[in-house]
Write a protein that binds this ligand. Structure first.
Ligand code: DSN
Length: 422
């Protein structure tokens, strides 16, 4: 019996989400469209298997194929990134980062990472996460004026704080990270240096962003952002930390790995090692730059003045619209993003000044420079309608609805990978 016959309620939701993903433009910087082959591996019989432990050392029998797939994913990660040791079992990025704490720190130890407001991640020491609640977290941010990381200030803070772990890596920073500099700062004060390259791992794989692997002690990543794999996590480390990391992931934090995800990751890693993927990653960066330049031309202020990577932080108050309202209106116009704090923001996180835009997903659809300029023009129209006090609510709804129809027409010309035809 098909899913449609057995459970029409769920089938309807899946179809509606497929339609939404087709008909709207995805600018959420942490999302992407996986290939049909990655989807196929994700929805495979490997979801049926328990396999606590590691290849050759499991607590369940019947691991003949599971050991093969996990070893393949590990070997492909090592080849792609040049890592000494790899663990592909973390369920996602936050559990991967949590495993680093479990392996290498004790509750109460001092750790240092980038603040959420500055563009870091919750797990880098934010007060509301275990990383800030259970550890003595010292936080750095970006320079409020320039929007860039200030490595001298970070070094000064590290010398004062002498953290056990120094985190580098971002979720909302549009510029290249100097991992060599971070490693030098951390090692000078005796810290273990951890790079969280979740957002940029696809760019790193393609050589479009410098790799942290040669410089830092541990590298964590999600697998579903620019890397364009299934939702999951991974940890790479120097051999000296291998045993501690593996023990922290299992049995420290997790039970059985999600083998269907491991299989899909192996597929994605093979895709990411191709010449086509290098072209794709370069196009992500080129698209972000073109989108940024076009938005700046419409008077939007960009954090740090532009981008080197896949994302832009746009201060929408520069066009008279707070981030939350901008993101809501854009969604009504068929353009999906998230609202975000910008450097030096004095507004609360739920009503911040800006939006974050990423080009990984639209580049997977095949968008290029002309579509980026079109996108900027739509974003300008949405902002104008939202900011104009003479535009009443009905007129604004009409503007957004008109743009949504134009967006839909463009999306019809660029079907997204992996989606069923609509
Ligand atoms: N914070 C998520 C993002 O960047 O969207 C990832 O964890």
């Amino acid at each position: 019996m098909s899913l449609r016959d057995a459970d029409p309620e769920v089938a309807d939701i899946l179809i509606a989400e497929n339609r939404r993903q087709h008909a709207k433009i995805r600018l959420i910087a942490s999302e992407n469209y996986v290939s049909q082959n990655v989807l196929e591996a994700t929805g495979s019989v490997l979801t049926n298997k328990y396999s606590e432990g590691y290849a050759g050392r499991r607590y369940y029998e019947g691991q003949q194929q599971i050991d093969r797939i996990e070893t393949l994913a590990i070997d492909r990660t090592k080849d792609l990134f040049g890592a000494e040791h790899v663990n592909v079992q973390p369920y996602s990025g936050s559990p991967a980062n949590q495993a680093v704490y479990v392996a290498l720190a004790r509750p109460g130890d001092r750790i240092m990472g980038m603040s959420l407001a500055g563009g870091g991640h919750l797990t880098h020491g934010a007060g509301v996460s275990i990383s800030g609640l259970h550890y003595d977290a010292v936080q750095y941010g970006v320079d409020a004026e320039s929007g860039y990381l200030d490595y001298e200030a970070i070094e000064k803070l590290a010398v004062e704080a002498r953290p056990k772990l120094l985190w580098c890596g971002t979720t909302a920073y549009p510029r290249t990270l100097d991992f060599e500099r971070f490693a030098a700062i951390g090692h000078k004060v005796g810290a273990i240096v951890v790079a969280d390259m979740a957002h940029i791992s696809g760019l790193v794989a393609a050589g479009v962003h410098p790799s942290p692997v040669p410089h830092v002690d541990i590298v964590t990543s999600t697998t579903h952002k620019t890397l364009r794999g299934p939702r999951g996590g991974m940890i790479m480390c120097r051999q000296q930390y291998a045993e501690a990391i593996d023990k922290a992931v299992f049995p420290g934090l997790q039970g059985g790995p999600h083998n269907h995800t491991t299989a899909a990751l192996a597929v994605a890693l093979k895709e990411a090692s191709t010449a086509e993927f290098k072209v794709y990653a370069q196009a992500i960066v080129d698209n972000a730059r073109v989108l940024g330049e076009a938005l700046a031309g419409y008077g939007f202020r960009l954090a740090s003045g532009g981008t080197d990577n896949h994302l832009l932080l746009v201060d929408s108050t520069s066009r008279g619209v707070v981030g939350h309202n901008m993101a809501r209106s854009l969604d009504a116009a068929g353009i999906v993003c998230n609202y975000n704090l910008v450097p030096g923001d004095t507004r609360p996180a739920m009503r911040p000044s800006g939006i974050r835009l990423g080009t990984a997903a639209v580049t997977s659809r095949g968008f290029g420079a002309p579509e980026m300029k079109q996108l900027a023009a739509w974003i300008d129209r949405v902002a104008s309608a939202r900011a104009d006090e003479d535009t009443d609510k009905d007129a604004r709804i009409r503007v957004n609805r008109d743009i949504a129809a134009e967006v839909r027409a463009l999306c019809d010309r660029y079907p997204a990978p992996g989606l069923a035809p609509v």
